[in-house]
Every structure is written in C-alpha cells, then in structure tokens.
Design a protein. Structure first.
Length: 313
C-alpha cells in the first residue's frame, strides 16, 4: 500500500484516544421547508475540527420508494448519520444522491450510500477524477479522525439537463458553471424550491478556490430569471423569496473583483490586499475577511500577470 499523508493521518486518527472519540458526533437537525423537502444547514464557518467539516447545506426529499439527497456532506461518519436521519424523516432508504459540484464539504460522504445511485454531471465526474485525491489529503490534514474511513466517490450515474422523475418526484436539473468548472442546480417542481449548491451563498461570503468570476456573474443572472420560489444556497440560511441570496452573491463578486483589481493596480502586496476595508453592506456576511484573504491567494498572481505583463513581452 502506498503511504500517503492521508493514509498516515488516518492511521494516527484510529488510535484509541477516548477524549477525542467522545467529541466526534455530528448533530444533524433538518428543517422542513416544503411538502416532503427538508434542508440541513451547515455551519457558517470555514472547515475546521470544531465542526468536522459540516459547513455545507444539503436537501433531503421524500420520494415514493426512496429518499433523495442533494449533496451529502464531508465524510463517511457524517453520511452514516445523515442516512439514519433521512430514513427516519421519509420512512424510506436513501436511493439517490446528486452532487452539485466537486468540493468535499458537499460530496465526500457519498461512500456512506453504497446502495444508492450517486449521480453528477459528466463534468463533475471528470473534475472529481482529477482532484479528489488531493482534496481528500487536505481534508484528512484539516479534520483528522473526523475523516476516518472516508474515500471520495466518483458518481457512477450521469445527470443531464432537463426534467426527470426521480422516485416519483419531479426534479429539474440545470448544469452550469462559475463557482467551479461544473455546477449543478436542482429545482424541486412540487415546492418550487431551487437547490443552488455553491453558485449561491447567503449571509456568508462566497468562496472562490475554483471560481471563474465572469462565468459566475452570468450564471447568477440565469438563476435569477429561472422559475423558482424559495432557494437553498450552498452556505447560509434558506432564502424564502428566492432572489435576495442571488443578488447578494452577485454584489459580493462584483465588489471582490473590483477590489482585487484596484489593489493590484495600487501596487499592494497580497497581505495588504487581504486587509482592505470591506464595505459596510457586507457586515452581516459570515467569514467575509477569511474569504477575501482566500480570494486574494486564488486570484492575485494571475491578476498581476494580466495587469503588469513582463516588459519583454
């Protein structure tokens, strides 16, 4: 067996340390927002040991013969708890798991649902094949024993655009991009609820590790024009009107790009760019400073190359 950092950390985490083991409990508290539709809120914080990586929102839907999940959480341990919660709510086993994008806080629990159809777009499958091992190593480093036994799952089933009957429930699938190279939006026809994944954040600053801001901006315009009622963002509280969270996400992206370009043009280094004043209208956004500083690390080198090309080129 090849000894990777993940393997070593997983082995260390398996050591019998009672104090640590007693604290590794996920508490999943679903809230019903429509007939047969529950949301599970993640912590409005970065991935850290205190929350076990459970920072992403997800949805549980009741189907005729099976429960349906839109995203499933960060780890095998989380997935097992979620499986029990979904069975209790719906009276049915989980039969379908749809992944909205590649990031581990949304989909690394898929291994807990061995008897379910795990599905994603063809693009998400390609992204996971290319990146899952690296993301897994990072999650093990961050979370240690929370991740024990977790292995990334590449979806075996492929989702395409359009309406589909899933376990008797009509869902509309819309593959998009912006937050990542491959995002998936799912709308539940019965309730009109849009489950937007990380294309939309609400009262929580957007994260940008794989983002294309120009594409994201266009996608948000598309989402605003789509027929829906309530909206479940990837992070932050449910938006019952369905538009406020989209507008807020767009506002942050517009400001972020302007701020980063302005910082580069002013000759600020990356540390100074991460400390610029954040407008007061974003005071209610969780993790705003943290995400600004992350975005500086994501975008600054390419913006410097764009705005200050080499003199000999």
């Amino acid at each position: 067996m090849r000894l990777t950092r993940r393997t070593l950390l997983g082995g260390m985490a398996a050591l019998p340390v009672a104090v640590r083991a007693q604290s590794l409990d996920y508490r999943i508290e679903p809230v019903e927002v429509g007939d047969g539709l529950w949301i599970v809120r993640g912590a409005d914080a970065p991935i850290e040991r205190g929350n076990g990586g459970a920072i992403a929102n997800l949805a549980i839907l009741a189907g005729d013969e099976a429960a349906i999940l839109i995203d499933c959480g960060p780890s095998l341990r989380y997935g097992r708890v979620l499986d029990a919660v979904a069975r209790k709510l719906t009276g049915k086993p989980v039969g379908h798991v749809f992944l909205t994008h590649l990031h581990p806080d949304h989909g690394f629990a898929a291994g807990a649902f061995a008897n379910a159809e795990v599905a994603g777009t063809a693009e998400v499958r390609r992204e996971l094949q290319a990146t899952a091992a690296g993301y897994a190593d990072g999650m093990y480093r961050l979370l240690g024993d929370w991740m024990r036994g977790t292995e990334p799952v590449v979806p075996a089933a492929t989702v395409t655009a359009g309406e589909r009957l899933v376990a008797g429930r009509r869902l509309v699938f819309a593959p998009m991009a912006g937050h990542s190279p491959a995002d998936l939006v799912v709308t539940d026809v019965a309730t009109g609820t849009m489950i937007a994944g990380d294309l939309v954040f609400h009262d929580r600053a957007p994260s940008t590790p794989d983002a294309d801001l120009a594409t994201w901006r266009k996608t948000l315009g598309t989402l605003a024009a789509m027929s829906h009622k309530g909206l479940l963002p990837g992070h932050g509280p449910f938006d019952p009107g369905g538009q406020a969270a989209i507008a807020q996400t767009l506002d942050w992206i517009d400001w972020l790009e302007s701020s980063l370009r302005g910082s580069v043009a002013a000759g600020l280094d990356m540390v100074a760019a991460g400390e610029v004043a954040i407008p007061a209208r974003f005071d209610g956004l969780k993790a705003a400073r943290y995400e600004l500083q992350r975005s500086v690390s994501h975008f600054y080198p390419r913006l410097e190359a764009e705005l200050f090309p080499r003199a000999d080129q």
